[in-house]
Design a binder for this molecule. Sequence first.
Ligand code: PEP
Ligand code: MN
Length: 371
Amino acid sequence: MIVILDSSITESAEEYRQTLGYLSQLPNVTAHVHKVQGAQQALTEIYLIGDTRKLSAEDIGMLPGVERVIRIAEEYRILGRHRDGQRASGFEYNGVLFSQDNLNVFAGLCAVDTPEHVEQMLRALRDHGQVCTRMGAYKPRTSPYAFQGHGKACLPYVFELAGKYGIKVVAMEVTHESHVEEIHECLEQTGHPTGVMVQIGTRNTQNFELLKAVGRQQEFPVLFKRGFGITLNESLNAAEYLASEGNSRVVFCLRGVKTNMGDPHRNLVDFSHAPVLKRLTRMPVCVDPSHSVGTRERSPEGILDLMHAAAQGVVSGANMVLIDFHPEPAKALVDGPQAMLLSELSWFLEDVALARECYEKRQALAGRQSR
Ligand code: PEP
Ligand code: MN
């Protein structure tokens, strides 16, 4: 059960003391206080864990300072929606809003290779009014002999160039908790020219120790990739590890699932789960067409499969698009064949904007139906 306090109630308020005091002495129930920093306001939620079946939600709703009470399912306690349409979703990070109601595009390099390519990419993004990007420094590779990413050596120039071109958030995968520390130290040393959204890759979706470590830190929000060989429910339980350790600033990313039924695409595109995620959880939803489609093939009208997939996600209400671009794909050290070209950036952004407009019209149309 979750007891949500009125947003005006602070820890020093008499109502807070009385209500928490009452809830803390309930038999066979433990009360955990959880602060939720929403996009607009900070909320206090008190989680009642244990034997809550006999408790009356109505009685608890009458306690001082209580706004409302929600009965929750066992799963995804913190990140879940629990059939409550009003629960706050999303967060703001480094001036950028992430929520279930807006859309951010993260176009960038799958893997950082040279400072020149990073600069060309970031300059193009700035010229197109973009403030977010993706830049992989730590790359989990299938083969131990493949390029593993430049690691911490490239962080100073990535962050400084991001600052130079007005980029506010860089999505960057970490494969070990020490990488979070390296990112933190480099941002300190370079004077925080940008922000980082730490990415958990599909190969680490169920690396629970990594999830706990990334969940314990509050500095960076997390872009959490769906596991490519597990159910959606298993991936959501894994994401909850982050929140259960204290970090609920999580964006959930669909990136396709592994099965040869998806051939000739790299993975079977799963973007029809975008609305499912919004129904089940309060996380903003990201789609990654690059790692699900994995090719630059196009259909007869000339639109790349990558763009079709991105648009399908956005038309279904996705809140973020993560996509590989490269100034010279032939020279890319990772995933060159699936990268979009800088000359395609404005086409891609316009196509995404069209899809978003379509989603907003669909939302308004649905709002006019009586339910
Ligand atoms: C990536 O986004 O760079 C990546 C490796 O994605 P995934 O973990 O989804 O394969
Ligand atoms: Mn890649």
